[in-house]
Write a protein that binds this ligand. Structure first.
Ligand SMILES: [Zn+2]
Length: 229
């Protein structure tokens, strides 16, 4: 997002690599060194990067929280703790874009109009993403509009997409579903004939495989609704 909004006027680098598990990431000295040379650090906030406070202090660089102003929902079993995965919703993403444009404009006022323009164009694309998502999913039978994932990271996405949300554990720092969560996931797939389930590539999919095996046994032969994984 920062790259799109900043365009040719900024160089954007990510501390974590794509596909890295961000919650428990441990920044290296190289990361801190790289950040020390930056003029601005953007973080998601809401506790997603638990390591960031120390990181920003070590690097001694100003930072802006891009989730600022986004309405949050709490993590299911942790009242008072907001679910930090706010960027997964195109609607929220539009707020991120505004916050990023403001942060970059404070840094480089000369190009503020360009940042705003890039941001507005990107927000239109996010509108299209949300509309397309809704239109496609509205064609899926209502009971099957269920999203079953390993981590409960998709609350905001599910809301935008019109999906009911189910997961094995609330946040990836836990990575273990209890017998009740497992049972409830299996029931969800069975009752609704949910055709596909998902797990993030950064965590063990062992328990989701158990869900797939348990539900494949029930629906095998009776329909083509065995969940894909
Ligand atoms: Zn997560």
């Amino acid at each position: 997002m920062a790259r799109v909004v900043g365009g040719e006027h900024v160089t954007v680098e990510s501390v974590t690599r794509p596909g890295a598990e961000i919650h428990d990431y441990e920044p290296t000295l190289t990361d801190v060194g790289k950040a020390s040379g930056a003029q601005l650090v953007l973080d998601n906030g809401l506790g997603l990067e638990g390591w960031l406070g120390q990181f920003v202090a070590s690097a001694n660089v100003p930072h802006a929280v891009v989730s600022e102003g986004v309405p949050t929902v709490d993590i299911a079993d942790q009242p008072g703790t907001p679910n930090p995965h706010t960027w997964m919703s195109p609607t929220n993403g539009q707020r991120y874009v505004d916050t990023i444009a403001t942060a970059l404009s404070d840094l480089d006022p000369e190009h503020a109009a360009q940042f705003r323009e890039n941001g507005d164009r990107y927000k239109e694309q996010l509108d299209e993403v949300r509309t397309d998502l809704r239109e496609r999913l509205d064609r899926v039978p209502a009971n099957q509009r269920a999203l079953l994932t390993c981590e409960g990271a998709f609350s905001y996405f599910a809301r935008d997409a019109g999906l009911s949300e189910h997961y094995l554990w609330p946040v990836n720092s836990e990575q273990e579903a209890g017998p009740q969560e497992l049972r409830s996931a299996i029931d969800t797939v069975r009752q609704n004939h949910v055709p596909a389930v998902f797990c993030e590539s950064t965590v063990s999919d062992r328990q989701m495989q158990q869900v797939v095996e348990a539900t494949a046994e029930v629906v095998r032969g009776s329909s083509d609704h065995s969940p894909r994984f």
